[in-house]
Write a protein that binds this ligand. Structure first.
Ligand code: PEP
Ligand code: MN
Length: 341
């Protein structure tokens, strides 16, 4: 349920409602907007209804949250967008963040060279996988712990916060040592125990849309994290599987405005995995930024032809500055500014 307070409601009245919601065994999620405070009450609907909060001092009205994703729903925040602040970088609202780096951490030289280029070019975060979800079990699976160590070194050298993927809950503690944002890959979007475990940490999480998942399913995955108390969730559209075979996946640009309607959470786009081809990365990034994405996650490599993984889709590092110039212009069209420190 949503409890909408009157614009004149006092802090004492707001606190009294929160306490009553919690006394009914539900969780209260207050959002303080400029004009009014709304309190999301998530728990047994019957119990909350029985409280008769409509009649409480300071309450304007009580309405049900109609979507199955309660905490992720735009309704919960009454139209106010969530802006996450991670290591001094903002993402969401009017803040557009570039997340850039190699697909996979391959070597010290590769990750440090890339990290310096993307930092100088305006990236807010360095991406890079130490644990890689590969379609074939015979492909390179990532450097694991050594990869995390190299990411920590890149962070130390450049100051860039790190986005890296967690595939197995047994690696959580190791990932927490270095990750500023934990990535949940497309293949793990519906790994509910993994999502719940991340929900019990305070670390931000970026959840990629599954290859054939609906937006509602993506939001239900976010709900698994939010329900455990972790409010720092970023959603990522990375292309879905369609009947089209001319490219790897179909980037669902419409997901951006539609997710904005459905949820208060920031939405970023990964053009690299959608396209699978470098020549499509620029047009897709521009489209995403112009459509109102809160950021782009893009693969960059100092020598794409020598990359162990996803070379054909990687932007060559020396093209990154020109790429950023273009993307910033598209983001500005959508009323956003580049997030940097
Ligand atoms: C990745 O970003 O490294 C990745 C493997 O992407 P996805 O999960 O979208 O395939
Ligand atoms: Mn990749």
């Amino acid at each position: 349920m949503m409890i909408i307070m009157k614009p004149t409601a006092t802090e004492k009245e707001i606190q009294a409602v929160i306490e009553r919601v919690e006394s009914a065994g539900a969780r209260a999620h207050p959002s303080r907007g400029e004009e009014v405070t709304v309190i999301g009450a998530v728990g047994d609907r019957e119990h909350v209804t029985r409280l008769g909060l409509d009649a409480s001092p300071g309450v304007e009205r009580v309405v049900p949250i109609l979507k199955p994703f309660k905490l992720a729903s735009a309704q919960l925040r009454h139209g106010v967008r969530s802006v996450l602040e991670i290591a001094g970088r903002r993402i969401g609202g009017q803040h557009f963040a570039l997340i850039a780096g190699p697909c996979t951490v391959e070597s010290r030289d590769q990750v440090l060279a890339t990290a310096n280029v993307v930092r100088d070019g305006g990236a807010a975060f360095l991406r890079g996988g130490a644990y890689k979800p590969r379609t074939s079990p015979y492909s390179f699976q990532g450097l694991g712990q050594e990869g995390l160590r190299l990411l920590a070194e890149a962070k130390e050298e450049t100051g860039l916060p790190i986005v890296t993927e967690l595939m197995d809950v047994r690696d959580l503690d190791a990932i927490l040592e270095v990750a500023d944002v934990i990535q949940v890959g497309a293949r793990n979007m519906q790994n509910y125990p993994l999502l719940a475990e991340i929900g019990r940490c305070d670390r931000p999480v970026l959840i990629k849309r599954g290859l054939s998942s609906t937006l509602e399913e993506l939001l239900m995955s976010a709900e698994y994290v939010l329900k455990e108390g972790n409010e720092n969730v970023i959603l990522c559209e990375r292309g879905i599987r369609t009947f089209e075979t001319a490219y790897r996946f179909t980037l669902d640009i419409m997901a951006i405005p539609v997710l904005k309607e459905m949820t208060h959470l920031p939405v970023v786009v990964d053009p690299s995995h959608a396209a699978g081809r470098r020549d499509l990365v620029v047009p897709l990034s521009l489209a995403a930024a112009a459509a109102g994405a809160d950021g782009v996650m893009v693969e960059v490599h100092p020598q794409p032809e020598a990359a162990i993984c996803d070379g054909p889709q990687a932007l060559p590092a020396d093209e990154f500055p020109a790429y950023v110039d273009q993307v910033i212009q598209a983001a500005e069209l959508a009323g956003k500014e580049l997030s940097r420190v």
